[in-house]
Structures are given as structure tokens and as C-alpha cells.
Design a protein around this ligand. Sequence first.
Ligand code: HEC
Length: 147
Amino acid sequence: MLRRLIALLLVLPCSAMAADGAALYAQRCAVCHMPQGQGIAGHAPPLTGMEAWLATELGRSYIARAVVHGLAGEIKVHGQSYSALMLTFRWRLGDEDLAAVLRYVAETINQPAAGYEPIGLETLRAARAASGRDVDTLALRAQLPER
Ligand code: HEC
């Protein structure tokens, strides 16, 4: 009995602290990208249709960099142009939370395809250390297939 209680006490704080990607998405992203990631035409791009990006290291690095550093510049998504501001999450969310919210985007808003791996702490740390200049983020994006 006592052992069970101790085991429970050890497990509880961990599960309570585990980052909840769905909740983070609802709180931090849905206001612009909408609850199902469908976006707002002309204002905030949809987060759907990122399967091909999520299936490569380069694509995952780009997504991590866009979210860590934010983005301002002209981009095209599903044939529609956007030239708006994505805010930086650099100081707003830690790596564990970023990993959780990106996992939600990758696995619930998108469907994991062959080659998919979750955007992990290593990729996020590299994104933090990389340039946050929009020109550099956009140059990385230009190497990816259109979506
Ligand atoms: C204030 C509104 C706003 C919030 C909040 C926001 N975004 Fe964005 N996001 C944008 C806009 C606008 C763009 C496009 C920027 C541009 O036009 O250059 C964008 C771009 C992106 C991109 C790059 C898309 C592409 O095709 O290159 C990703 C990935 C992204 N957001 C994910 C997220 C995630 C994940 C969150 C929550 C953690 C989030 N965004 C929160 C407005 C927002």
C-alpha cells in the first residue's frame, strides 16, 4: 500500500508537468492559425499540408526556426500570398513546450508521412542558435517544396 502510494507520488508530478501540445496550440497558435490549423486567408497561413516538410530534416529545421524566431516576409501557402507577422516564441515558450506544440501540429493538424520524426529538443536548440533574421529564414524556406 505504502509502496503504491510512493509510486503514485513519483508519477503524478511528472504527468502533471508534461507539456500538453493540444492545450498549448489552443492558447498560443489558434488565435491566428485557427483551431484546426485552417488559417485565415490573407492574414495567417494554414498549418495544414506540411507533411512533406515534416518528412525531412531541412523542413523540420525550417518549421522550428519560423516558430522560434518568428517571421515577417512574403510567403505563399496553398496558392495564397501572405505578408504578415508571425511573432517570435523564443522567450514565450521553452523547448519542451515548443516540442509539444509542434508535435500537435505535426501529428494532429497534419498526418505523419514516411520520413516523419517529431521536431525534438536538438532541432529546437539548433534553431535557437541559428540566425533569426527573416532573410535567412526565408532563404531556408525557399529550399523547400511549395505547399
Ligand atoms: C499573431 C498571430 C500568430 C500567432 C499567435 C502564431 N502565428 Fe504562426 N504565423 C503567423 C503569420 C502571419 C505567419 C506568416 C508570416 C509571413 O507572412 O511571413 C505565420 C507563419 C507560421 C509558420 C510558417 C508557415 C510557412 O508556410 O512558412 C509556422 C510553422 C507557424 N506560423 C506556426 C505557428 C505555431 C506553431 C504557433 C503557436 C506556437 C504560431 N504559429 C502562432 C501568425 C501567427
